[in-house]
Design a protein around this ligand. Structure first.
Ligand code: HEM
Length: 441
């Protein structure tokens, strides 16, 4: 199925984003399919190329200073910190800075509208969610139920993106980020030339964690041709919304679960701290290339993503009849195939002692024991996560620098196990409360 993943490059419509039910959100990359998806993905992928990661690295590092400031009082006073909120402020800030060239002051506002509106996306009304899942798109439209999320929350992100785009059109500045790439490739009827200037010149094709090319450029059957690379105004708004909401939540979730697991396993935390100390340069910083060489950090993050799989299942639809190897099973055109990622990540067959947090599984000396395609936190194939490289860079850099400064400890306010949000799609914490013991720098 992976070899022929162009046949399975159609996503099963997400009940939350139900394509067509919302005039803008049906156009996110996640919700679109076919030529529209390929076209938009070929514009968006270069945002996360390895060459751009290097220039974003310094911006992410700058964003960490405000994170440290916000953690300081908890370290000094010994009061427990609610880390999901604190990390959420960081990840919102990082996305705004790296993808939109703007500052959102998540921490200083205390009650930031960015955080408030993004959180509304992850706490949908359960009755609306059920209706969205069960009812056909036509009926949803007739009932004017565009989306499970209050339209005011969606509109907040659309309007913010429109405002930044208007500002940028007035200025003549280079940003080298998602919005610039998207605006350069924006198709406007009547606009001279229309589209296509920014597509991926000189960009490498991003690889997913299982080594598959994931730009969308190669996601064609043998007889298909690549579409012109352009993106519409509504697609820009939809994907901006997606980055601000799911990008923010998924990175904050990974950082929160990693901190929780480290607090429960002091010996793992100390080993990670030792690796961080050994990786610092003369200025007490971790250089871009060095981050990629930190095997234990990588193992801790991978094990967090395995044990706390965020997207618990993936779905694909066959675009033609497909024989499943020599099993005798034929997946018919239009039929859906679900991959129960959470179950795979928790299977004793693939991960002995699966409920335990054991980063050793992902150390290079044990890599031969990992079975291909049993580690799918970012999905795989042509529809795998376009933000993988960016997410891993942000999570690793932030975790390493926090572990350098603080020891995570359990307090009487810590929920064991972690209190989760109720969701049929994602595994994310409601809150993660831990103590932060300052370390000598
Ligand atoms: C730890 C953080 C993250 C995790 C675990 C994660 C996980 C995933 C997963 C499982 C998918 C579906 C893959 C599939 O169906 O095979 C996905 C898709 C996607 N992700 Fe992420 N993600 C993360 C962060 C991000 C970030 C930071 C961004 C952007 C700023 C992003 C943008 C997207 C987009 C646009 C898609 C849709 C790709 C497509 O359909 O072509 N993700 N992600």
């Amino acid at each position: 199925m992976v070899k022929d993943s162009h046949i399975f490059s159609f996503k099963v419509t997400d009940p939350i984003l139900k394509a067509g039910a919302h005039p803008i959100l049906g156009k996110t990359l996640v919700a679109s399919n076919g030529q529209e998806w390929r076209r938009a993905r070929s514009v968006i992928s270069p945002t996360f190329s390895s060459s751009r990661m290097k220039s974003m690295y310094a911006k992410v590092r700058d964003c960490l200073n405000e994170l440290f400031e916000s953690m300081e009082p908890y370290g000094k006073n010994g009061t427990p910190a609610e880390l999901k909120t604190i990390y959420g402020n960081l990840t919102m800030d990082v996305i705004a800075t790296c993808a939109f060239g703007t500052k959102v002051n998540s921490y200083r506002n205390g009650n930031s509208p960015f955080i408030h509106n993004a959180n509304m996306v992850f706490n949908p009304n359960p009755i609306r969610l059920l209706m969205q899942m069960m009812l056909p798109t036509g009926l949803l439209k007739a009932m004017r139920l565009k989306h499970v999320i209050p339209e005011s929350a969606n509109e907040f992100f659309f309007e913010m993106t429109r405002t930044i785009m208007r500002e940028r059109k007035r200025q003549d500045m280079k940003y080298n980020d998602f919005l610039e790439l998207a605006m350069n490739s924006e198709y406007n009827e009547g606009k001279d030339g229309g589209y296509g200037s920014a597509n991926s010149s000189g960009d490498d094709e991003a690889k997913d964690v299982n080594g598959n090319v994931n730009t969308g450029k190669s996601a064609y059957g043998k007889t298909e041709t690549a579409p012109d690379p352009y993106i519409t105004n509504e697609e820009i708004l939809a994907n901006a919304w997606d980055f601000f909401t799911t990008g923010y939540e998924s990175m904050a979730t990974t950082l929160s679960f990693a901190s929780y697991e480290l607090s429960r396993k002091p010996e793992i935390q100390e080993r990670l701290h030792d690796e961080v100390r050994a990786s610092l340069d003369a200025n007490g910083e971790i250089e871009y290339d060095q981050l990629g060489k930190m095997n234990y950090l990588d193992a801790v993050v991978s094990e967090t993503l395995r044990l706390h799989t965020i997207s618990i299942r993936l779905g694909r639809m066959a675009s033609q009849d497909y024989k499943l190897g020599d099993t005798g099973i034929v997946v018919e055109k239009g039929q859906t195939v679900e991959i129960p990622v959470y179950a795979v990540h928790h299977s004793e067959e693939f991960y002995p002692n699966a409920p335990a947090f054991e980063p050793e599984r992902f150390m290079p000396e044990n890599s031969h024991k990992l079975i291909p395609y049993t580690f799918l936190p970012f999905g795989t194939g042509h529809r795998s996560c376009v933000g993988t490289r960016f997410a891993l860079m942000v999570v690793k850099l932030a975790l390493a620098h926090v572990v350098q400064r603080y020891r995570f400890v359990i307090t009487d306010k810590t929920d064991i196990p972690v209190l989760l949000k109720s969701s049929v799609l994602n595994h994310t914490p409601e809150r993660v409360i831990l103590g932060l013991e300052p370390r000598a720098l």
